[in-house]
Ligand binder design. Structure first.
Ligand code: NAD
Length: 456
């Protein structure tokens, strides 16, 4: 068994089986049979299963929020928001299940093909292995199994070993519906032990992965010929122009920097501020940061919880030490109490230090002044990631110019990089991944087009 501990206080909160190679073989064999059953499920059944689970989840909202908060890093208020979003993800999946469809092809555009008529249909890929991270242990699971079932696939879900309990509860809800046996299976175990076997198996037609770049690259090397969805990390920038609504910019970026204690792929890690307004922004940012209450996740007043484990806390300390060694000033924070890394703001940060280049995945944010807009765009782009970015300005033309110049999957204007709704296309450029999620877009990734042509 794998024991699951609350990362904040070390209490045991549950356990799940640790799968063997034989268990992996069994789920693969079952999924490959269930793929035919899933493919033939009528749309009304796929819709009603997803609707039923969304409704059950809505009714048991608080119970799920408590599991997220206990096994993971989120405060109870953050966990509630995740459950609300998960209900929405499943409702959207139910809606999209009726729209798989296709399109008529104009075969008569080719001389000699005037008598031909045809169309393409969108069909499920078959067996999907879905692998998820610890930081959104419920909604990121729903972002894979919702679209996969909506599209008629069989899914094997492997959640993170630190946070498998929310995923298990969600799968239990599906098991209580009319979903045929084997269409959705949960397998729990260390990724390093069962991962290669799962992702390399030729019966699997797609691996949909959300997690860090290290594991992502390993999966790419192991998977062989199959579809791949890669939602990887980020080092998200925000650009604040002098004409911005400063109160909005500060509130929004503080929230984006410290949500889930920075353990968030959309975490605001770098903020570029037009230089005449740097001191004002920085002072307001630090003041608001110092109001954040760090501690017991179950306390309604707490804003920020712990790091997932000691290694994560140590990695953040190393990033901050590296920045300081290259000249950075700690404006607030910079300490770790147990696993509780304090919300930390740095300035005078070198473009060469790790915080400017890599993903910290913790509650640390760097502030940089800039002069010309083109310089801010270049600096914002100067990382190997490209997930999302935020821009704060009241000028439409400036907003367009910056948004066009940023090399990433999404630009939020007058919101931080951390803004997302579950129906929008989501996924990064460069080191941040391959493909898109955001229900209908995930459905497109999880289906294949088949062409029908009639010679009349
Ligand atoms: P991780 O890469 O350590 O783990 C992710 C999953 O991969 C876990 O389920 C783990 O058990 C599994 N795994 C480990 N080794 C494996 C192997 N050899 N084969 C197959 N699976 C294996 O990531 P994490 O620490 O849980 O999450 C943090 C990372 O996820 C950050 O980089 C973050 O930015 C990223 N993330 C990205 C998004 C996005 O949508 N782009 C969302 C959330 C998190």
């Amino acid at each position: 068994m794998i024991e699951v501990y609350d990362p904040g206080n070390g209490e045991l909160v549950g356990s799940v089986p640790s799968a063997s190679r034989e268990d992996v073989e069994n789920v693969l064999a079952t999924a490959s049979k269930a793929a035919d059953i899933a493919r033939n499920m009528p749309a009304h059944l796929r819709m009603s299963v997803l609707r039923d689970v969304a409704e059950q989840l809505r009714q048991r909202h608080e119970e799920f929020a408590e599991v997220i908060a206990k096994e993971g890093v989120k405060t109870i208020r953050e966990a509630r928001k995740e459950v609300t979003r998960c209900v929405e993800t499943l409702r959207i999946s139910a809606e999209e299940a009726r729209r798989l469809g296709g399109e008529i092809i104009a075969f008569d555009q080719m001389p000699g093909s005037e008598n031909r008529f045809g169309y393409y249909k969108r069909l499920p890929v078959g067996v999907i292995v879905a692998i998820t991270p610890y930081n959104d242990p419920l909604n990121l699971v729903a972002h894979k199994i919702g679209p996969a079932i909506a599209a008629g696939n069989a899914v094997i879900l492997k959640p993170h070993s630190s946070t498998p309990l929310s995923a298990k509860k969600l799968v239990d809800l599906f098991d209580a519906t009319e979903l045929p046996t084997g269409v959705l299976q949960l397998i729990t175990g260390a990724g390093a032990v069962i991962g290669d076997q799962l992702v390399s198996d030729p019966r699997v037609r797609m691996v949909s992965f959300t997690g860090g770049p290290l594991v992502g690259h390993r999966i790419l090397a192991q998977a062989g010929l199959k579809k791949i969805g890669m939602e990887l990390g980020g080092n998200c920038p925000c650009i604040v122009m002098g004409d911005a609504d400063m109160e909005l910019a500060v509130e929004s970026t503080v929230s984006g920097a410290f949500w889930a204690a920075g353990q968030n792929c959309l975490h605001v890690q770098r903020i570029y501020i037009q230089k005449d307004h740097f001191d004002d922004f920085s002072e307001r940012f630090v003041t608001l940061t110092q109001r954040m209450k760090v501690g017991d996740k179950m306390d309604e007043a707490t804003d920020m919880g712990p790091m997932i484990n000691d290694a994560a806390a140590l990695k953040i300390s190393e990033f901050v030490a590296d920045a300081v060694a290259l000249g950075a000033r700690i404006l607030t924070g910079g300490e770790c109490v147990g696993r509780y890394y304090q919300p930390t703001v740095l300035d005078n940060v070198s473009a060469d230090c790790r915080i400017s280049k890599e993903e910290v995945f913790g509650p640390v944010v760097a502030l940089y002044p800039f002069g010309e807009i083109s310089a801010a765009i270049d600096l914002a782009n100067d990382v190997d990631y490209g997930l999302q970015a935020g821009v704060f300005t009241r000028d439409l033309a400036t907003a367009h110019r910056i948004a066009d110049g940023l090399n990433c999957g999404g630009v939020m204007i007058n919101d931080s990089s951390d803004f997302r709704i579950d129906a929008m296309p989501f996924g990064g450029t460069r080191g941040s991944g391959l493909g898109k999620e955001g229900v209908v877009h995930a459905i497109h990734e999880m289906t294949e087009l088949k062409t029908y042509c009639f010679n009349l």
